[in-house]
Every structure is written in C-alpha cells, then in structure tokens.
Design a protein around this ligand. Sequence first.
Ligand code: ATP
Ligand code: MN
Length: 460
Amino acid sequence: MKASRVIDLLNSKETGIEVSVKGWVRTKRGNKQVAFIAINDGSIIHSIQAVADLGKFDEETLKQVTTGACISVSGTLVPSQGQGQKVEIQADSIEILGAADESYPLQKKGHSMEFLREIAHLRPRTNTFGAVFRLRHHMSFAIHKYFNDRGFFYLHSPIITGSDAEGAGEMFRVTTLDLNNIPRDENGDINFKEDFFGKSTNLTVSGQLEGELAAMALGQVYTFGPTFRAENSNTPRHLAEFWMIEPEMAFYDIKDNMDLAEDFLKYLVSYALEYGMEDLEFLNNQYDKELINRLKFVVENPFERLTYTKAVDVLMASGKKFEFPISWGTDLQKEHENYLVEHFKRPVILTDYPKAIKAFYMKQNDDENTVRAMDILFPWIGEIIGGSQREENYEKLQRRIKEMHIPEEELWWYLDTRKYGACVHSGFGLGFERLMLFITGMTNIRDVIPFPRTPKNAEF
Ligand code: ATP
Ligand code: MN
C-alpha cells in the first residue's frame, strides 16, 4: 500500500479505512497492553498516533520503536479514543525502516535554541524548526506568486561579481589563486590577471545593479537569491549569507516604490496567516503570545511615512538618553529604529536620508543634502527593507561616484543605462531572514535559516 502523508490522514473525512504511513517516532508511551507511538513526517506540525496492542507485536520490533527511529506503520484509521486528535491508526504491522541509536540527542523536553544550533543537522525534526522551515517555504512561494501575479519577471543576478562598488571591505573574495604562492605584479601587488576570471572577484552583496539593467528592458523584475556580507557583526539580525528579494521597476518613483513595498509586506504576512496558521499557532503558544496579533496588526494598519529629518526631530524631542546620541546626519541605530516604531505603534517608512550615509545610486533631491531613499522599520526587527528611487541622470550619478571615490571604470556598464534611454525607476531590497524573524517571532536570525553562516561558524 502506498503510504499516506500525516497531514492527509489527520484531515481525512473517512475512517475505517486501511492506511499506511512512514515517518519518524517522536514519542512512545504506554502500559502493559498497548503502546502509543507518535509519528511525524514533517508534512504538518501534528503527529499521528499509532496504537499498537502489545500482544500483536514481537518485543524485538517494539524495542526499536524509539524516539528518532524511522518506521512504517500500516493499520486501520479509526476515530481516536484519546484527547488531542480526531483520528489515530490501529496498527496491524510495524516495520523499522531505520532504528535510532540511543545517543539520539532530541528528547521530548524542550532544548535551548543554542543547543539546537549545535545540532543543526537534526533540529529540523523538532516542532519548532519544522514550523519555521515550513513557513519559510510558504513565504518563498508567496514571494514568487506575488510578483508573478503582477507581471514581474524573476531575474537571476550573478552570485560572483567583478565589482565591489557597493560594499567595499565587506565582501568574500572568490579566487583560485594558490594562497601559498600568490602571483605578484611588478609593483608587488597581487596579480589578479592570473586569477580564474582574470580580475579580482567577490561574492555579491546585492543583485540590485543587475536588476536595474533588466528593469530597463523588461520593465518590472525581481531577484531572489543568496547574498553575502563579510561584515563581522555578531548580532541577532545579521548573517554572512542571507537571501534577499530585490524588485526593480521602470517608471516607479519613490511614492510608487513605497506603495509597492507596503503592499508586498502586507501580502506576505496575510499569506502566512492564511497558509501557515497551524505553525503560527504553535509558535504563538510556545514562544510569543503576541505573535499572531502582531501579524494581524501589520496587515490591517497603514504604515507611518515620514522623512528622516522629521524622524530625527521626533527622536531629539523624545528626551530619551540613547546610547548613540542622535543628530541630523547620523545613521540610525537599532535603538532609534525601535523608538520610532514604538512611538508610532506601527511599521514606519523613512524617506529622504542625508546623502552622506546612503549609497551612490540614490536619486539626489533638489536640496543637495538628501537622497530619495526609503527604509522600512518593523517592530522587533528594525530595518527590514532598504530601497530608493535611483538616480537616472548621467552627470549627477557620475559626479556622486567620483565624490565617493568609487572606481568609475568598474561601473561603465551601469552608467551606460543612463546614457541609453534612461527613465525614472526605483527598487528595494527585502532581507528574507528579517522577514522570517517577523513572521515566526524567533528572536535570533540563526534560527530562521536552515544552516546559518556567521563569523566562525560554517559547520553544516
Ligand atoms: P543594517 O543596517 O540592518 O545592517 P543595511 O543597511 O546593511 O542593514 P541594506 O544594504 O539596505 O541593509 O540591505 C537590504 C536589506 O537586507 C536590509 O533591509 C535587511 O533586511 C537585509 N540585510 C542587510 N544585511 C543583512 C545581514 N547581514 N543579514 C541578514 N539580512 C540583512
Ligand atoms: Mn548592514
């Protein structure tokens, strides 16, 4: 008989039918007559209970039904006598597909998140990580669906990049040079002409620049891929390898950009509420009783929109003593972002930042001091989206590149788009794991990606 998934059995309208299921034993308990075996196959947070009359099974088999073992059970699906489930399986046969050694580290009692990170190869088998990774899947799918439904095209931007225009000093080098025998040029510098690509290359920090090129041809595009930052910031919100969603749109100004970003985030949160509710309920009950309320609040309320300058006024007027003192021109720290979100009691979109603290490609305002940036700040997370209207004027862009000492020759292809049919356009970047922090209520970004990459950590 073909095995059914646990989700289909638990939702079955029919009982009295012969079924079979394959999965991993979560618990086994019982008495002298029967054993109750909870089997989970990852299809849903709940396990299905199999009831085995001890008279029917040999001791050897039942001894191997231990937490962590992989088994196959066949029997009759019947209405459950016990509480907590509608149906259960009255077992006729049990096959041990893979026994679990006694050293299996996941026992029923709760383990700390720190401990579970040390066994990242097994933590998907816990209820918590099952829930997180199922929600991660739902969100990935929802992202593609959102853009596809609106006529955006999915663009694959490169992972290896030859330009370090955006994040100099924070990139991971890609090389095939022999580190024990580095070729030098006549000045004694590393001779990248001998490297694989004949030039210095790195892992990308963003797909935006390539996204812009494509938007100048396909109109509306988005990237969704891994990005890498060698920033040595050991925080609960930074990874060295994380996934980013970057839409780029021709003919969008900053207002259109904000509208899209707000609509997009609300769509994703409501999608989670619609398709991931059982997992959300588990996380809500287990960790954070406000989680679902917070998600609903975001969907139902407009985001607050104000300029950076006004936000600084609010912060200065607060009378609060911040660890990092605030004044016009300084970059906002997490404490400032948190204050603003709490002050307005909702997500906040800040615009028109000082140009000195933002990237070269942002559209310059007429005041000469600010650029048309927009960052979205979320409760708990702080910055979840960073975006802007892009500078489409060739001369202004070139001037800014010079001012910021960015090697212009590396960006000739980017500048070309401002020479050939430039137009108003905008885009933003959503950090996927920041979104997942918000959706799941997890407090550390290491717990929303299957195998986190952080300083001194790349075990699995
Ligand atoms: P932060 O100030 O929080 O470090 P940033 O200004 O460096 O963020 P951007 O360069 O604007 O961020 O990147 C776009 C988005 O990518 C951010 O809004 C955030 O959601 C996400 N992000 C940035 N850095 C990281 C990281 N190291 N790990 C996970 N997500 C990140
Ligand atoms: Mn950063």
